[in-house]
Structure formats: C-alpha cells, structure tokens
Design a protein around this ligand. Structure first.
Ligand code: SF4
Length: 489
C-alpha cells in the first residue's frame, strides 16, 4: 500500500499531466498539440486501461466526431470542474482506486467495490408511475454522519467514486454539498430528476468541482415525459440543463427503456435534444420487473433489445451517430466483464442502510448501521456472488436475475439473505417467475449476436491486460510504475 506522501506526490503528478493534456486540447493549433497529449495518456494508462487508450487513439482522429466532442467538453466545461472530475474520477477512482481495491480484496478475501451507489434518502418530491424506490418506504434517510462514515470507511479501502440515487438525492441538497466538500478527493455522480437544481446550487457545485449529474429523462416530448413523471417535469429538466450549462458543469442522462418507450428514447430527436442541451453521456438501463406490482409486460421484447444493441453502438460509433457517449448497461456487459454487482465493481446501500449487491437486487445480510463497512463486504450474499460469477460466458446474458433467473434464488438461499423491500417483501422465486419467460425468449437472439462477434463463445480481449486476473493486473501496474514516473517527471 502506498504511503500518504507517495500518494500526494502521485496525485500532484497526475494533476500536472491532466493540466497538460487539457492545455493541449485548447488554444491555437490544438489539433496538433492533442497528439502529444494522447501519447502521454497512452504511456500513463496502457497497462491500466488499454481499451480506453485504443478508444482515445482511434476516436480522437483529426476532424472526427470525438475530437469535436472533446474540444466542446474543454470549451464548455468550467476548467476547475473538468480537471477535478478527471483527477478524482480518473486518477483517484479509476487508476489508484482500482488498484487499491483489488489489493484489499485479495488481502481481505472479499470483493471491494471501486464504485458505491447509495441512497441518502428514499423520499422524493415526485411520484413517478412504477418507480421501485417507493418499495423501500418513502420516509427513510441515512444521516449525514452515516453517509460520511460510509465514505470514510470505503475510501480507506480504495473507493473514490460514489453515485447517489434514491428517492431524490437532492431532497438532501445541503448534506450532498457538505459531503462533496469534505471528500474533495472523490467524485459524486447524482442521479436526479433535476427539479431541485437551481442557480445557487449550481454555483456551489461549480466551486466544488467534484459533482456530476445523470438526469432522468424519458422523451423529447413534454407530454410523453410528463405522463409518467408528472406535469412540468420536462420543462424542469430543460431549465436544469440550461443552468448546468451556464455554470460549466458536467451532466448527462439516465433513462430506463421499456416495451413502451424503447424507440422513443433512442430516436434521432431524443439524441439531438441531448446534444443541443450539452449532455456528454446518455446512460440506458433495461427495465427490471422489481418491486411490488412491477409489470413483467413492460420488459422490452427481444426485437427491441436487439435494436438497442445495434442502435447504441451506432450512436457512439467512431463515425456517424451522435457526439454523446451512450451506454446500455444490459447490452454492454462485455466491456466490464459481465455482472459488476456484489462488490466486484459496485454495490448499493439503500436509505435504511442495507448493503445490497445491486440497485436492482433487494436481498442482503448486512447493514451499515450494524457494524464496519468491511464486515458488510464480507456478508454471505456478496460471497455467493464472488464464488459464482460469471454465470454465463455470453455477456449479453450477464444478470443472475434477468437472463439467468435460477441463479438469484440459489444465491439468496445459500446466503440466507433477507428481502430489503420492507413494504411488501418478495421472494426470489417470485422474481424468477417474472423473468424466466423473458430469459427464454431473449436467449436465442443473445446467442446469435454473441457468436457473430465472438465466434469462440468467449470474449477474448487480446490486449495483453484484460484477460488477466485482477491480482496480475495490479502486479503489472506496479511493475510499470517506474516508466509512469518518467512520463510524469
Ligand atoms: S445484478 Fe444484474 S442488473 Fe445488477 S449489475 Fe449484475 S447484471 Fe447488472
């Protein structure tokens, strides 16, 4: 483990390198200077994220759409916000955090996530149709001290990226700002309906620099969006985008696609609206039939999911599409090695303090109110995940609940985990009943698509890094530190 002094020196060096790269991307002759910045990024990251390096090199070709995206990012984002987000998200969480989490995972014999989602509150100022957050009960809160303790203890194990969900996290705006101010070496991504975003709040976020936003949006048409999210919601989001843009903040969208909205939320009109409003990313989440009364009929059809598979790849392609980084978490599992839950990459803490494998998997044996964070990570439910994944070599079938529905009941039983939906608890077997027909209908398409791209049936990275076990990756990162130091000098 690095000493505090070594960490401070390394952070400083990365900070200088980031400044150089951002400087290269602004001012006169930036197309040329960018080449130098890209080559520096390659030397720093080639053993950490070769896929990212390859993407940067291919994407940032002169005159390309991603070069334009990058220049707009620099021109339109507040310099302090951009630098802080890259330093905290890229260096602290991605580079140093990943390595520290993997080392600790090996030492402790349990998963150590490098991203944590937590719900400061289950309360929300909206009442969207079908929102599962209400299944926890709508009056639950983590106190400021509980959130702070969670961040302190997880930071000690390497985690520096926190995503705040809910409920509506900005119901607790004051505490969110206080946490971000105290933990100025972390990055906070707030999943929000944006209705509570105002001028004073944006001003404070601009000063802090370590908060970004993923805003819920479900249509380019006010009438359709507001049908589920309530009258005036669309205009509130547009107003929030304008305020964030004026303050040079970083933001994108978070959208759940269902059988009822898939085509609309992936339409040209939708992407054009996001680009026009300055969104840098568009996250897509497949509808999950989780929570009391959740309708299995809203799950996308196999045809819609296949359409999303092609559409999102087209939108973020090196050519064509739109200058926005779109990801569909259910179809993009291959880029993160399948299911990321159970602390392998991330986990979720609800507003009652229950530590769950995933925001969609409401079973747990641990609560942050009962003990140390490290003990929560050692809980049987997480160990059940750790000992089993991947449960499917086809990463278009990554989930133990959605595409492999027998796995979740097995893990819950083995772990003796309890349901964390307190309003109306559900058994994992009843979830299996909801998802099994979907899994069976998706499997043929998933197999066809997977074998078209991966004829061996397995994802082969062939980059000398990504096929390695995490411990080996960490060992190689250490071995390359000298070379990295030379670049940073
Ligand atoms: S449990 Fe399912 S939804 Fe959650 S991260 Fe894993 S694959 Fe995704």
């Amino acid at each position: 483990m690095q000493s505090k002094i070594a960490h401070a020196a390394e952070r400083k060096a990365f900070s200088v390198a980031i400044d150089q790269i951002l400087k290269a991307g602004s001012g006169e002759d930036r197309e040329k200077k960018l080449e130098h910045g890209v080559s520096m990024a390659e030397k720093l990251l080639k053993d950490v994220a070769p896929g990212v390096v390859k993407g940067i090199k291919t994407g940032l070709k002169p005159g390309s759409k991603w070069e334009r995206w990058f220049f707009d990012l620099i021109d339109q984002t507040d310099p302090h916000v951009l630098r802080t987000a890259i330093l905290n998200g890229g260096y602290e969480a991605g580079f140093r955090g990943f390595r520290t989490c993997m080392e600790n995972a090996e030492d402790l014999g349990c998963n150590v996530p490098w991203i944590i989602l937590f719900d400061p509150t289950s309360a929300c100022n909206k009442h969207c149709v079908g929102c599962w957050a209400a299944d926890y009960g709508n009056r639950l809160n983590l106190t400021y001290d509980e959130c702070d303790k969670l961040i302190c203890e997880s930071k000690a194990l390497g985690t520096h990226l926190f995503m705040l969900t809910g409920g509506e996290p900005l119901v607790r705006k004051g505490d969110v700002l206080k946490l971000a101010e105290k933990h100025d070496d972390c990055l906070f991504n707030i999943f929000t309906n944006a209705s509570l975003v105002d001028e004073a709040f944006c001003q404070k976020v601009q000063e802090l620099g370590n908060i970004v936003f993923s805003v819920s949006l479900e249509s380019y048409e006010a009438s359709v969006n507001d049908g589920r999210r309530g009258a005036g919601s669309f205009e509130e989001v547009m107003h929030a985008f304008d305020l964030m843009h004026a303050h040079g903040l970083l933001y994108g969208t978070s959208t759940c696609y269902t059988r009822a909205n898939t085509e609309r939320v992936s339409s040209d009109q939708f992407f054009q609206l996001l680009v026009d409003k300055g969104c840098r990313w568009a996250w897509y989440f497949h509808y999950m039939p989780v929570g009391e009364g959740a309708s299995a009929d809203l799950m996308p059809t196999p045809e819609q999911r296949e359409y999303m598979f092609h559409r999102i790849r087209e939108v973020r392609g090196f050519e064509g599409g739109y200058p926005i980084f779109a990801m569909d978490f259910q179809n993009d599992g291959e880029f993160v090695g399948g299911c990321i839950a159970g602390g392998r990459i991330y986990c979720h803490v609800n507003a009652r303090g229950d530590v769950e494998p995933c925001v969609f998997i409401h079973y747990s044996n641990a609560n942050i109110r009962d003990g140390a964070w490290v003990d929560c990570l050692k809980q049987p439910m997480f160990q059940a995940y750790r000992s089993r994944y991947p449960w499917n070599d086809n990463m278009l079938q990554p989930c133990p609940m959605l595409e492999n529905p027998t796995i979740l009941p097995e893990m819950v039983k083995e772990a003796g985990a309890h349901c964390t939906e307190y309003v109306t608890p559900v058994t994992p077997e009843s979830i299996e009943e909801r998802t099994a027909p979907y899994a069976a209908s998706w499997a043929p398409t998933a197999n066809k698509l997977w074998l078209e791209e991966h004829p061996t049936g397995k994802k082969v990275f062939n980059d000398g890094v990504n096929d390695l076990e995490p411990e080996e990756k960490v060992r190689r990162m250490k071995a390359n530190d000298e070379e990295r130091e030379a670049v940073l000098d």
